[in-house]
Design a protein around this ligand. Structure first.
Ligand SMILES: Nc1ncnc2c1ncn2[C@@H]1O[C@H](COP(=O)(O)OP(=O)(O)OP(=O)(O)O)[C@@H](O)[C@H]1O
Length: 725
């Protein structure tokens, strides 16, 4: 359990004012002890909206300890408090963001009144993994309970009977089934599902409380059936699916038209252009402010986003900033390293050594998330790692999961569940940025980022997948860069506490750990790890070489094309010429992936990616490794080869090499046939690999505390539906 000292070390906690209404009812302000347990590394500020970025007048200026949840007694309902301090959460002390938000209750959860002078809308910024979900769900539940009770009491008054329990309960039941209490929007399906489950856990002692989930990728009909059947206390969803349902389902529109609380989690993402249309459409169908209360939460809130946020928030909203702007935005206690590879070919061995280092440090508890820039890269790397498990101490005991947008929703759910519940075997999750925000996988020991992140904020959120909640203070982050990516650290990640680590340093550390492991000197449980490991480590390069001989050329080509697109918009951030990126990626195909020569890149393609004029005719970089000639083995991404060729590369190919294109296509077809025979349907190849089948059977049935109400499991059986998120 997170100790008070850990939270206290992270920030100073601002005191907060109770609403006038609460104060007049004689509710006591929770006591906040004022004591620092150790030197502060950051400060929290609480600002009045539109005011200067200054510490709130009542923020403590001396050492402060975070308050215990028990101090909320009388401010929140006993049932909610029980869920927090007893089962299922069992928490003792509030995190800084919770200490800033929750003492605003009960005033914060009161229905709108024109007389109210307290700000009711919140914009909240707090570091990753510090419990923002609870900080917004507790007020959401409390507001719902309060609204239901008020409605029930009113019904009794209207009926003229002083204590008519039946009338009261009937009125509550009717309201709960017809009007939604709160709408929570999150950018990804996984995060929405996670929030829905947290809401169920937090409301588990409130009899009959129900949470509805609307996300893409799952059957809309099923979600609508659930909607019509049950209560609508809290509704959680992704923007696309919620908009779709609001626009096309009058019953849902009616129910949500009365939702008095709107919560945007990962608000900065939702306020970016990609989601704004959906968001505007949704907001137009909800009650308008000030009747509607709006909360926005994120770990990253830029001044621009703050400006946009004002459009959706009341003029007197409260900005609660628990991040010290003069300190790094990531969790300081997590060691963060960056490695600039001497050459592109060092990428795969370095990543494998990082995994070996993690296993030799954490044993079977090793749990790593690897972020890659694109979906294709995620597919390719997960395949590579699956086939290179034998180079690691735990050999084939390691599970490799993958999550990206090309996977069916059932596959995504299965992978997320498998990784979340991994406990007795080392696990790796290879993922695109779908998993960068909000997801709370317990016990992640390390985050590896291959290539530069899409922004400094993306770095913060990715890094925040480790060192969370009770694990704050543990974990590690590694950023692995190709030689020409170094400028990103200098120019874009200046605020991050990154330390350089060379490939040679890591190599030495892993070698030393391996020797200690072989000599029985490592106090770490590695299960049935292979011993001695040192010879395996020495043979790693050979194994990589052998695998390269079997790699699917088309998969590598497609991955490179996706990387061209990714880096095409980032040459400014990297401070390099487009031609340097192009050459670097060509080197990656030969030196890391072992192609005998780099794939052809058309002028058209270069233009489309913004990487400049037609690159010089391919100047083959000689691979250090084995040339081709061995049978293909698994072609990730092959399915879309023809589509992609049609999309951007085909014209050029037609102009400059019809024969080549025909050959490429022929190889592609031949491969597809072979793949079909070998692996059956695509879904079997991508979703039902051996590992998945292995853990699904026994883990499927487990769930959260209330299996019948947990989200995310039933999706496996349902048809994936191509609706927008
Ligand atoms: N007061 C607390 N003490 C200890 N652990 C807590 C506390 N509050 C929440 N947690 C746990 O901390 C973990 C992270 O919480 P949560 O997912 O809400 O973080 P977050 O701030 O929303 O992170 P992100 O910015 O990545 O979305 C969860 O496992 C949660 O149960």
């Amino acid at each position: 359990m997170m100790t008070a000292s850990l939270w206290a070390r992270a920030v100073r906690v601002p005191t907060v004012n109770l609403s006038r209404a609460a104060a007049t009812r004689g509710v006591q302000r929770p006591t906040v002890s004022r004591r620092w347990l150790s030197a502060a590394t950051a400060t929290a500020t609480q600002e009045v909206a539109d005011g200067p970025s200054a510490t709130a007048p009542d923020a403590p200026s001396e050492d402060t300890e975070t308050p215990a949840f028990s101090t909320l007694k009388g401010h929140i309902s006993n049932h909610t408090l029980k869920a927090i301090v007893d089962k299922p959460f069992k928490l003792t002390n509030m995190s800084p963001v919770q200490a800033a938000v929750l003492p605003l209750l009960p005033g914060l959860s009161e229905p709108y009144s024109a007389d109210s002078e307290e700000p009711r809308d919140l914009l909240v910024r707090a570091k990753t993994g510090t419990g923002k979900t609870l900080a917004f769900l507790v007020p959401a539940i409390e507001a719902r309970i309060r609204a239901l009770n008020t409605h029930g009491e009113q019904a009794v008054t209207d009926a003229g009977a002083p204590a008519d329990k039946y009338t009261q309960e009937r009125a509550i039941r009717h309201l709960a089934r017809t009007q939604a209490g709160c709408l929570v929007i999150s950018p990804t399906r996984e995060l929405a599902t996670q929030i829905a489950n947290e809401a169920l856990r937090l409301s588990s002692h409130h009899s009959g409380f129900e949470v509805r989930l609307f996300v893409g990728g799952n059957s809309k009909q099923g979600q609508l059936r659930d909607w019509h059947k049950g209560r609508k206390d809290i509704v959680v969803g992704t923007p696309g699916r919620i908009r779709d349902i609001l626009e096309n389902e009058p019953a849902v529109r009616e129910g949500l038209a009365e939702a008095k609380l709107l919560i945007l989690d990962e608000a900065d993402t939702l306020l970016e252009m990609g989601f704004r249309d959906d968001l505007d459409a949704i907001v137009s169908m909800l009650p308008q402010g000030p009747e509607r209360q709006t909360f926005m939460f994120s770990a990253t809130v830029s001044p621009q986003i703050r400006q946009i946020a004002r459009t959706y928030l009341g003029k007197d909203h409260k900005y609660i900033n628990c991040v010290d702007d003069s300190a790094p935005p990531t969790n300081l206690s997590i060691p963060q390293f960056h490695t600039v590879l001497p050459e592109e070919g060092d990428q795969l061995p370095h990543v494998l050594r990082l995994l070996a280092h993690d296993q030799l440090t954490h044993g079977t508890k090793s749990k790593t998330i690897i972020f890659t820039p694109t979906t294709k890269m995620t597919q390719l790397y997960s395949t590579l790692l699956r086939n290179l498990r034998s180079t690691l101490p735990t050999d084939r005991a390691m599970y490799v999961h993958e999550i990206h947008s090309k996977l069916s929703q059932a596959g995504r759910d299965r992978a997320a569940r498998g990784f979340r519940e991994a406990g007795h075997s080392p696990s790796v999750l290879v993922t695109s940025d779908i998993s960068a925000r909000g997801l709370d996988y317990p016990g992640v020991t390390r985050v590896i980022q291959i290539g530069v992140p899409s922004s400094a904020d993306a770095y913060v959120h990715r890094a925040g997948r480790t060192g969370r909640g009770k694990d704050a203070g543990s974990g590690r982050v590694d950023l692995v860069l190709m030689p020409w990516e170094v400028g990103y650290v200098t120019w874009q990640l200046t605020e991050m506490p990154l330390k350089p680590q060379t490939t040679t340093e890591l190599e030495k550390q892993v070698r030393e750990l391996a020797e200690r492991f072989d000599n029985d000197e490592l106090a770490v449980n590695l299960g049935k790890a292979r011993k001695p490991y040192t010879p395996v480590l020495e043979g790693m390069q050979e194994q990589i070489k052998a695998l390269q001989g079997m790699l699917d050329e088309a998969a590598v080509t497609e991955t490179m094309m996706s990387l061209l697109g990714y880096y095409g918009t980032r040459t400014g951030d990297l401070r390099v010429q487009g031609s340097v990126v192009v050459q670097g990626l060509k080197n990656w195909t030969t030196l890391t992936m072992g192609l005998p020569e780099p794939p052809y890149i058309s002028a058209n393609m270069l233009e489309k990616t913004g990487l400049g004029r037609k690159s010089k005719p391919d100047s083959p970089q000689r691979s250090r490794f084995q040339p081709r000639g061995q049978p293909h083995w698994e072609g990730r991404g092959r399915q879309s080869t023809r589509d992609e060729l049609r999309g951007f590369d085909r014209t050029a190919r037609r102009q400059e090499g019809r024969d080549e294109e025909r050959g490429y296509e022929r190889r592609s077809r031949a491969y597809s046939d072979k793949a079909g025979r070998a692996y059956g349907s695509e879904s079997r190849r991508y979703g039902n690999d051996r590992e998945s089948r292995g853990y699904d059977n026994d883990r499927e049935s487990r769930g959260y505390d209330r299996p019948s109400r947990g989200y995310g499991r039933e999706t496996r059986e349902r048809e994936s539906d191509p609706d927008r998120d």
